[in-house]
Ligand binder design. Structure first.
Ligand code: PGA
Length: 250
């Protein structure tokens, strides 16, 4: 089964509209032919112009999060319906920063997943253990819980819209990457876990990407692992040369 290979840049709360336009121009200069699906996730205010600027390219514009209702009295929020209306077809959900700083729970993420699917959006669903979980050897149960609580209510057919992103919290923005052995071990665990709930064929078709201090220097090794189908890139996605060096690691 040929799984989709993906490298997605999560810009987080970086780049105003001018910086966004500049970085997109740089990305357009770097991107010729790539062996994977390339995505970028700029801030909400830059999504529409990014979609326009990238309309003739293969780079997809995705959102960093979304609300779990289509509209209503939720001051400051942005919905899947709104994102769809400007041509954004994919959203990241469950990033550890959303879980930590914005208190997104398993149940809340489940609602968001449902709403994204209702709007025919694809989802990059993030999860990952904290350092204390790994030290106490609880990392496999933490990951199983994050996946099952927010995703295991889904029908088999829903999984064509799901990409899983394993992002150990201790490796995000810290410069500390999980070793390729640790990444492969966890990705294999995740695939087996999904296979047990659904079936092997489904599990083999789901792309599982890794995030956490992926850089030009370590991308090739991580991406060469059997169950690693790409990366979710934070810091290194803010520089077009670094980002495309990672993209071209495939
Ligand atoms: P990082 O971030 O590459 O800066 O570690 C990854 C992420 O948060 O998705």
């Amino acid at each position: 089964m040929l799984r989709k290979k993906i490298v997605a840049g999560n810009w987080k709360m970086n780049n105003d509209i001018h910086e966004t336009n500049g970085l997109i121009k740089d990305l357009l200069n770097e991107s010729n032919s790539t062996n994977c699906q390339v995505m970028i996730a700029p801030s909400f205010i830059s999504l529409q112009s990014s979609v326009t600027m990238l309309s003739d390219s293969k780079i997809e514009v995705v959102s960093q999060t979304m609300h779990h209702e289509n509209n209503g009295a939720y001051t400051g929020e942005v919905s899947a319906k709104m994102l769809s209306s400007i041509g954004v077809k994919t959203t990241i959900l469950g990033h550890s920063e959303r879980r930590e700083y914005f208190k997104e729970t398993h149940d809340m993420l489940k609602l968001k997943v449902n709403k994204a699917l209702e709007n025919s959006m694809d989802i990059i669903f993030c999860f990952g253990e904290e350092l204390k979980d790994r030290k106490s050897e609880n990392h496999f149960s933490v990951i199983s819980n994050q996946i099952s609580e927010s995703l295991f209510h889904l029908k088999k057919s829903d999984w064509t819209n799901i990409v899983l992103a394993y992002e150990p919290v201790w490796a995000i923005g810290t410069g500390e990457t999980a070793s390729s052995y640790q990444v492969q071990e966890m990705h294999n665990f995740i695939r087996t876990f999904v296979a047990k709930k659904y079936n092997t064929q489904l599990a083999e078709s789901v792309s599982i990407i890794y995030g956490g201090s992926v850089k030009p220097g370590n991308a090739k090794e991580i991406f060469s692992m059997q169950d690693v189908d790409g990366g979710l890139i934070g810091g290194a996605a803010l520089n077009s040369k670094d980002f495309f060096s990672i993209v071209n690691s495939f």
